[in-house]
Design a protein around this ligand. Structure first.
Ligand code: 5GP
Ligand code: 5GP
Ligand code: 5GP
Length: 209
């Protein structure tokens, strides 16, 4: 039964660093509105179970309906930019996230609330400001994994998942940050299970964008 009636245990709120999305062999394309600002962008809000399993594509009869979020599109473009090629407004990315993940928590967050919740979380957390306040700048320099992790924990009160990817120059670089929310997507919690991280302990690059 994929009706989505089965409640998830928690949500991952995942943000991506655009510099690291772009610094891979696959590269990236800027969305049609232009180069996104040098800030974290939303990747998605993902319902999950405590054992690490997650539901996906729960409702084929619930397509993305831009008319439900027309007033949010400006914020979506600046805070949830699509970096995959070919360039587009971002609609394909939002549609993918809604269909794959959003439809699995529809009983908790309808489509409008799904997008609005992610946008509001992004604003509330201010991940880049948190890191910069701790002296961790997106300047291509290297930082200890524990410095990044501790700064986020100090600001949010909770352990987060930090993922790195490998850049063209083979460095481990800050790529995505996972914060966890309770089953109603209301408050932050310690992640019941952390995603695979693959960061280097001593040398994590924080690329410029
Ligand atoms: P990757 O394999 O690149 O880590 O993830 C590919 C996609 O699978 C993600 O963009 C996301 O849609 C989904 N995904 C990966 N890991 C998780 C997870 O732990 N929980 C959920 N809910 N989705 C995940
Ligand atoms: P996931 O299944 O990993 O949540 O979503 C990733 C899908 O969204 C892939 O098909 C990817 O090509 C597309 N996509 C579009 N723009 C972006 C982006 O900026 N970041 C990521 N991670 N995926 C994007
Ligand atoms: P360290 O390796 O700096 O002594 O440990 C850092 C802490 O963060 C450990 O508790 C470790 O388990 C945790 N951690 C989670 N993911 C990673 C990762 O990808 N790299 C490193 N170095 N530590 C990680």
């Amino acid at each position: 039964d994929l009706s989505g009636a089965q409640a998830c245990h928690f949500f991952y709120f995942v943000q991506q660093w655009p510099g690291s999305v772009c610094d891979t062999r696959q590269s990236c394309c800027y969305p049609t509105p232009g180069k996104p600002s040098a800030n974290f962008g939303v990747h998605g809000l993902w319902p999950n179970y405590n054992d690490g399993v997650y539901p996906s594509n729960c409702d084929p009869h619930s397509p993305l309906d831009l008319s439900k979020i027309s007033d949010l599109l400006g914020r979506m473009q600046s805070e949830w930019p699509m970096l995959a090629c070919p360039s587009s407004s971002g609609r394909q990315f939002w549609q993918h996230e809604w269909e794959k993940h959003g439809t699995c928590s529809e009983s908790v967050l309808d489509q409008r609330r799904y997008f609005l919740t992610a946008l509001d979380l992004k604003r509330e957390v201010n991940l880049l400001g948190t890191l910069q306040a701790a002296g961790i700048q997106p300047d291509g320099g290297f930082y200890r994994f524990s410095s990044i992790s501790n700064a986020i924990k100090a600001a949010t009160g909770h352990t987060s998942g930090i993922q790195c990817n490998i850049g063209e120059d083979k460095n481990s670089q800050l790529y995505q940050v996972y914060l966890c929310l309770d089953s109603s997507a209301n408050s932050f919690i310690d992640c019941p299970i952390l995603p695979r991280s693959s960061c280097n302990s001593d040398r994590v690059a924080f690329l410029a964008f």
